[in-house]
Design a protein around this ligand. Structure first.
Ligand SMILES: Cc1ncc(C[n+]2csc(CCOP(=O)(O)OP(=O)(O)O)c2C)c(N)n1
Ligand SMILES: CC(=O)[C@@H](O)[C@H](O)COP(=O)(O)O
Ligand SMILES: [Mg+2]
Length: 629
């Protein structure tokens, strides 16, 4: 039974505890995280790694007066437990519950929302400079993981910090893991620091030195100790070159040391970086043993870490297996991921073609331009980046790939509502942001077999292409042994009809079929079309049915603004066809986190939703059509 956690209604309550009591609080938090996230699912590994860091930060600083900015903020569960949301913690990532990331609208202690990586340093610097301009005295503390430093934006911020503010604290939470093992030169650099004998010695000295500074140190000792702590500074440190004072590395689970260090850093009049070494999943052996799996997952057994057996193959797995086939037959096929080998399933591709697999880190913009470079040398890069994360690379898509008509294939996983991660992760904009770009073929498969065929189509197409497919599993179609390329720009007529035509894009084709079935029971003749191509769209098909039918209905797992339905409207308008169009898709707002089916029903992306919107037109069609039969 927790003794301290229930008493924490705000960070002020933390400050009433002694250091030993803080250590007890840490254990209580760990147990609560393991038990609660076992039920809700979530980012248990990252949060177990920042328990002491977050407690020490809240013990020394004062939010909301001081501002904490967490990079990605998937590791903000401890922060939420300590800032008045302990009683609601079991609702995290649940419908109408706490968001799994920081959210300004959720708490005054959440100074900056996130979900995408690499933003913390820039946001924190903005806050620091604004504070300085306003004559403020509050502290700005950015907590960023080691993989956040594989993201270019972090360096754009670092390039500006020392020249723009005197007071900002960066906590580098280094657990040597991204979702997968961290990658690149920066990961090696951090590893060198952590394992260097000089720093291991200094790391031990740090405890003693900080103890003297923050403990019973007399003034004269403090100055000597401060000089000694300066000894922690590595003159060749990357951060030093950016004009920041680097401290560490220190044990990110040593509460007394963390408290003393933050008290010391709080008094510095220079931007500082504290390099804290932590263990992702600390306190829960399954999470330590399987770092990738427990970075973020669904419900699990809190004792054993066991999770439900994997069932039907996901779209991601079909993608990866198909890419292996393509690569087996074509030595120019290469695979690129931006720190998401697990989520995109490219970790299934890697063993088969290790020299043609590239994890570039959290660097989507770079990934796209890197792919463009490879394409100029005759390679066929398949860039597997979630629809939402690909938003980062819009200009490289336009400027480096489409303009040069380079044969890069964008495999946009999580195309559609993402579910529990919420608005930062829903892939609801890629049709809009790609449809306006010339030269790109944009495809959406109805099932797993069509995904494979679309990949073959992309492989054979000598130009840029994009394929969007949803998170999770599809209808379970059998995938042919060898995929077959489709005719670009040609839709698939599932069933013909003359009164109403329904276009069901991708995963929403079943809704289109069910809607057609309900309308047929009214005596209407209903056509169902699988569009396959958002671009080039099948104009002839749309114009033909637009002229023949009395109503057009479109379904898409995408926002309506600029989506597939908009494209259908444009085609009909250009052909001066005035047939009414009912578009079913997401409204012009950010969609909260929740279960996909429930959210679709809530927002009318359903058969009933379509029939409700179509109702005004059906009577006219029925009267007119049936009268002439
Ligand atoms: C732009 C972007 N790309 C990819 C991701 C997916 N992602 C979420 S957390 C994460 C790894 C973060 O590693 P790190 O910063 O070291 O934090 P840790 O999980 O180790 O605490 C990644 C790649 C993301 N959120 N944003
Ligand atoms: C925090 C983050 O961005 C990733 O961990 C993301 O939550 C993964 O999403 P999936 O669970 O859809 O792979
Ligand atoms: Mg990390």
């Amino acid at each position: 039974m927790s003794k301290f956690l229930p008493t924490i209604e705000s960070p002020a309550d933390i400050k009433k505890l002694t250091i030993p009591q803080l250590a007890e609080l840490a254990e209580e938090i760990r147990e609560r995280l393991i038990q609660s996230v076992a039920k809700t699912g979530g980012h248990i590994g990252p949060n177990l790694g920042v328990v002491e860091l977050t407690i020490a930060m809240h013990y020394v600083f004062d939010t909301p007066q001081d501002s904490f900015v967490f990079d990605v903020s998937h590791q903000s569960y401890v922060h939420k437990l300590l800032t008045g949301r302990e009683s609601r913690f079991e609702t995290i990532r649940q419908p109408d519950g706490l968001n799994g990331f920081m959210l300004r609208t959720e708490s005054e202690h959440d100074s900056f929302g996130a979900g995408h990586a690499g933003t913390a340093l820039s946001a924190a610097l903005g806050m620091a400079v604004a504070r300085d301009l306003s004559g403020g005295t509050e502290h700005i503390v950015a907590l960023a993981g080691d993989a956040a430093f594989t993201c270019g934006i972090s360096y754009e911020a670092l390039n500006n910090i020392a020249g723009q503010t005197k007071r900002m604290i960066i906590v580098l939470n280094d657990n040597e893991w991204s979702i997968d093992k961290n990658v690149g030169a920066i990961a090696s650099y951090f590893h060198t620091i952590i394992t260097h004998p000089r720093f291991t010695y200094l790391h031990d000295r740090a405890s003693e030195l900080i103890e003297r500074i923050g403990g019973k140190a007399a003034k004269h000792v403090q100055r000597k100790a401060e000089e000694s702590v300066k000894g922690l500074l590595g003159p060749s440190m990357l951060f030093e070159e950016f004009g920041l004072d680097y401290y560490g590395p220190i044990d990110g689970h040593d509460l007394p040391l963390l408290v003393k260090t933050f008290q010391f850093l709080k008094a510095q009049n220079k931007p500082v970086v504290l390099h804290a070494i932590t263990q992702k999943g600390k306190g829960f052996q399954p999470a330590i043993d399987k770092q990738k799996k427990f970075h973020g997952l669904g419900p699990y057994d809190p004792e054993t870490g066991d999770t439900a057996a994997a069932g039907q193959k996901t779209y991601s797995e079909i993608f990866a297996e198909t890419l292996v086939k393509l690569a087996n037959n074509d030595p120019k096929v290469v695979a690129i991921t931006a720190a998401m080998p697990n989520g995109t399933a490219l970790d299934l591709f890697r063993p088969s073609h290790p020299t043609r697999y590239f994890d570039v880190g959290i660097a989507e913009e770079h990934a796209v331009i890197f792919a463009a470079g490879m394409a100029t040398k005759g390679y066929k890069p398949f860039c597997a980046i979630y629809s939402t994360f690909l938003q980062r690379a819009f200009d490289p898509i336009v400027h480096d790939v489409a303009l040069q008509e380079l044969p890069v294939v964008f495999c946009m996983d999580r195309g559609g509502l993402s579910g529990d991660d919420g608005p930062t992760h829903h892939g609801l904009f890629d049709i809009s942001y790609l449809r306006c770009v010339p030269n790109i073929v944009h495809m959406v498969p109805k099932d797993e077999d069509e995904l494979a065929d679309m990949m073959q189509t992309a492989l054979e197409h000598n130009g840029p292409s994009a394929i969007r497919y949803p998170r999770g599993t599809g209808p379970g179609s059998t995938v042919k042994a060898q995929p077959v390329a489709l005719t670009i720009g040609k839709a698939e007529v599932i069933q013909d009809g003359a009164d109403v035509v329904i276009f069901g894009l991708g995963a929403l084709l079943p809704l289109a079929k069910e809607t057609a079935s309900r309308l047929s029971k009214l005596g209407l003749s209903v056509a169902v079309v699988n569009p396959r191509f958002v671009k080039p769209i099948d104009r002839a098909c749309i114009e033909g049915y637009g002229r023949k039918c009395g109503l057009v209905i479109t379904f898409e797992d995408h926002v309506l603004a600029g989506g597939f339905g908009s494209s259908v409207l444009e085609v009909l308008s250009a052909a001066e066809i005035n047939t009414p169009v009912v578009r079913i898709g997401w409204p012009d707002q950010f969609i909260e986190h929740g279960k996909v089916d429930a959210l679709r029903d809530k927002y009318g992306i359903s058969v009933d939703g379509a029939l409700h919107q179509a109702q005004p037109y059906l009577n006219a069609i029925l009267q007119e059509r049936l009268a002439h039969r």
